[in-house]
Design a binder for this molecule. Sequence first.
Ligand SMILES: NC(=O)c1ccc[n+]([C@@H]2O[C@H](COP(=O)([O-])OP(=O)(O)OC[C@H]3O[C@@H](n4cnc5c(N)ncnc54)[C@H](O)[C@@H]3O)[C@@H](O)[C@H]2O)c1
Length: 324
Amino acid sequence: MKILITGGAGYIGSIVSEYCIQAGDEVVVYDNLSTGHRESVHDDALFVRGDVGDRELAAATMKQQSIDAVIHMAGFIEAGESMRDPGRYFRNNTCRPLELLEAMVDAGVHRILFSSTAAVYGNPQTEILREDHPLNPTNAYGESKLQFERLLDWYERIYDIRHAALRYFNAAGATAARGEDHRPESHLIPLVLQTALGQRRSVTIFGTDYPTGDGTCIRDYVHVVDLAQAHIKALGSLVDQSLHYNLGNGRGYSVREVIDAARRVTGIDVAVEEAPRRPGDAAVLVAGAGRIAADLGWKPEHPTLEAIIASAWQWHRENPQGYG
Ligand SMILES: NC(=O)c1ccc[n+]([C@@H]2O[C@H](COP(=O)([O-])OP(=O)(O)OC[C@H]3O[C@@H](n4cnc5c(N)ncnc54)[C@H](O)[C@@H]3O)[C@@H](O)[C@H]2O)c1
């Protein structure tokens, strides 16, 4: 299969590209490099520098390259920033990707996987979030992703474009060659590892009075390699139906548990600082990922926190400046 991966120069996109190539697919990475890294793009992928909002370039690329399916991973990802500058998020995560859908119509491409997020659910009404949980995002980031999910429904109904919206929980970990290098970094595991490397003085825990065992927030971390495998399975199943799947481990770890696991993996006593809660942070977010297990037989092969952190640690130690 020949796949166009938007955002393929980003953290998750570069690793999904790596696994698609390993599985025998041909990959075209389509990325404007606004937050991605050219160095992370696999040597066997064709790289096109372009914006998902550039309908002409996207359609021409799909036609010239005889693309069979799109994996749309491009987007902005900071929930906090989306509440200060919502227009930036609706423009980049909803409006520009609409042009990508139009380009698919122009080029006659009928399959798309979309990187959605647990943020589409909003405040959890149950500890385990299943796909049938109400959709009430509490930030503009989550809403911008939900709006695109809704566009996908209409493009299926009208143009017969099949889609899977994959709602990731917290992606983490690395492969030997590719890892997480967001700038600025806001994700817990790389922040802890940068502290272990001496690049930060300490790691901040936001809120120690949540109604959880140790008072810190609980999140579901899923290995980026497991995410990549889920994309490969979902692509293969898109022929007959459109799908919505949570991608998580189904088990949560508190911020303190993550920091303790990182101390064990690195052997370094990472310093912490405690700070008040951040507005909008839910106490517990854990995926119910039973649907994709039942439908596609996907289950995480690297579920332990130690394995996830160890892979990230290896990449951070070998690439202390990230992609440079
Ligand atoms: N990192 C996570 O834990 C997580 C969780 C849930 C969902 N997601 C979703 O997964 C996707 C990838 O996340 P990531 O962590 O790899 O982020 P990332 O910032 O590393 O990658 C995003 C990529 O998209 C590119 N991009 C952004 N806007 C573009 C545009 N208009 N045109 C072309 N390219 C553009 C960037 O240059 C970058 O390479 C995002 O859509 C994000 O919302 C990520």
